[in-house]
Design a protein around this ligand. Structure first.
Ligand code: SF4
Length: 67
């Protein structure tokens, strides 16, 4: 089975990148990378299973899952 391509977009004008970085914590396949002083980065986009947990739970609606 061929997996559908997904594009993940973080709007950094909305992302607050606070201490919790809920997307880093909540993603089941570790798509996002935390770094202590910066906002989250997308590092494993191809692993995304399109569960939309990050999109739904981001407190500033900064993440979009485009399929
Ligand atoms: S949609 Fe699910 S698998 Fe994809 S980045 Fe968000 S939390 Fe991770």
């Amino acid at each position: 089975m061929v997996s559908k391509l997904v594009k993940i977009v973080i709007d950094y004008t909305k992302c607050v990148g606070d201490a919790d970085k809920i997307c880093v914590e909540i993603c089941p396949v570790s798509v996002f990378l935390d770094s202590k002083s910066e906002k989250p980065k997308i590092v494993n986009e191809k692993h995304c299973i399109q569960c939309r947990t990050c999109e739904v739970n981001c407190p500033s609606q900064a993440i979009k899952i485009l399929t």
